[in-house]
Write a protein that binds this ligand. Structure first.
Ligand code: PLP
Length: 429
């Protein structure tokens, strides 16, 4: 039998609760019930109350090479002993950020990429959206400001990410429809609808379309066949920039370095974070195509400046960790390994779907899966049950369970994980 890990607290205990605010959660629901993760090792995490849990979500889709990797700990230590960081404004740069720029340009899914580095995915989205608007302003087409995003989209929660959120609850409560003016939502699966919205708003008013290749937080929604290609065509035909948000999919999650390669898409801007360091350092950034960066590199006093810099842009320790991490991904052949695991996941999810009336739909691409449950089952409750069984999943939009384990798992571990989900469903049916 399965029980809640900890009793819900009384109201008094709540107000007297811990100082650390679990933002993005319903506080009365989570305070007193939080499991404290104290340690990680490979694909497992360990809690203060003695549990060993299979990390079936890789934290927040980030821990791709697993937890507590000694080589990355060493890379961070060695870099900090030399230089924690140095800013990259004007006359200065630092060797590690510089080297990481070269490395990323070589991995980019388009030619001659430039790289902007910062601290995470939300940051990267802010930069990409600013750069898209800056681009058209500089071109003398300053009416092109609207940023289109898809329903159910998640692009982090900085100002732009909040404003372009396709999950409504992330956009609400700030007194306007969006913090940043001039954003609009389009269909997540109907490219015809996107074309109609573009016509209604007018291409002369639209700066960019932002899309995750595979929606993550929106429920693990791989693109409907042809959708991304159609979006790319709409962008090209209407002089609209395409921003591909690869914060989850970048660095191997779909079996390719970038999902852009998997789906044959060439964005103008590509955002990344999480998987560049597997979370060993907070780092994100944007790959920028020549069309956008070239005007900023012209040898003339009149050349414009992209006014976006931060203390931690190009953080040396984060960059050193990223370089070491990319070496490990390659040396240990972890991205091709995702290709193998993709087939196992696909097969096991098909079995889960066939064997359980409580499963409405399963979706997967690469090592990313979603299991949508019937209304009489609650993904939240099943995720709680799974913790009791020793597995971490997470409820996403649409009564869906998230599956996104580290790349280092065995076939058997993946099979056991999906079986555990089946078992938890059986217990509640
Ligand atoms: N974009 C996507 C697609 C994401 O999934 C996330 C985070 O989950 C973000 C952006 C925001 O990244 P961060 O949480 O590093 O700010």
């Amino acid at each position: 039998t399965m029980t809640d890990p900890v009793q819900a607290p009384t109201k008094a205990r709540l107000l007297d609760g811990p100082a650390l605010w679990p933002a993005q959660a319903h506080v009365p629901t989570v305070i007193g019930r939080q499991l404290i993760i104290e340690r990680g090792e490979g694909s497992y995490v360990f809690t203060s109350d003695g549990r060993r849990l299979f990390d079936g979500t890789a934290g927040l889709w980030h821990a791709n090479i697993g937890h507590s990797h000694p080589e990355l700990a060493r890379a961070a230590y060695e870099q900090m002993m030399r230089l924690e960081t140095h800013h990259i404004f004007a006359r200065f740069t630092n060797d590690k950020a510089h080297a990481l720029g070269e490395r990323l340009a070589g991995l980019a899914p388009f030619e001659r990429a430039k790289v902007i580095l910062n601290s995470g995915g939300s940051d990267a989205i802010d930069v990409a959206c600013k750069l898209a608007r800056r681009h058209w302003q500089r071109e003398g087409r300053s009416s092109k400001k609207v940023i289109l995003s898809r329903e159910f989209a998640y692009h982090g929660l900085h100002a732009y990410g909040t404003s372009i959120a396709g999950l409504e609850f992330n956009r609400e409560g700030y007194g306007t429809d969006s913090l940043v003016p001039e954003t609009a939502r389009v269909s997540f699966n109907d490219a015809g609808q996107v074309a109609r919205v573009v016509d209604e708003i007018g291409a002369e008013n639209i700066a960019a379309i932002v899309t995750e290749p595979i929606q993550g937080t929106g429920g693990v929604n791989p693109p409907v066949p042809g959708y991304l290609e159609a979006i790319q065509r709409i962008c090209r035909e209407n002089d609209i920039l395409l921003i591909l948000d690869e914060v989850i999919t970048g660095f191997g999650r779909t079996g390719k370095m970038f999902a852009a390669e998997r789906y044959g898409i060439q964005p103008d801007l590509l955002t990344f974070a999480k998987g560049i360091t597997s979370g060993y350092a907070p780092l994100g950034g944007v790959l920028v195509s020549p069309r956008i960066w070239e005007p900023f590199y012209v040898d003339s006093p009149a050349t414009p400046i992209f006014r976006h810099g931060a203390t931690y842009a190009g953080h040396a320790t984060a960059s050193a960790v990223a370089l070491a991490h990319l070496e490990i991904l390659e040396r240990d052949q972890l991205i091709p390994r995702v290709g193998d695991l993709e087939r196992v996941l696909h097969r096991e999810l098909a079995g889960l779907d066939a064997g359980h009336s409580g499963v409405i739909e399963v979706r997967s691409a690469g090592l990313l899966g979603g299991v949508t449950l019937a209304d009489h089952l609650s993904a939240e409750a099943i995720a709680d049950d799974l913790i009791e069984l020793g597995f971490i999943s997470r409820p996403l939009r649409g009564n869906t369970l998230q599956i996104s384990p580290p790349f280092i798992i065995s076939d058997d571990e993946l099979v056991s994980y999906v079986q555990a989900i089946g078992h938890a469903i059986n217990e509640r049916e």
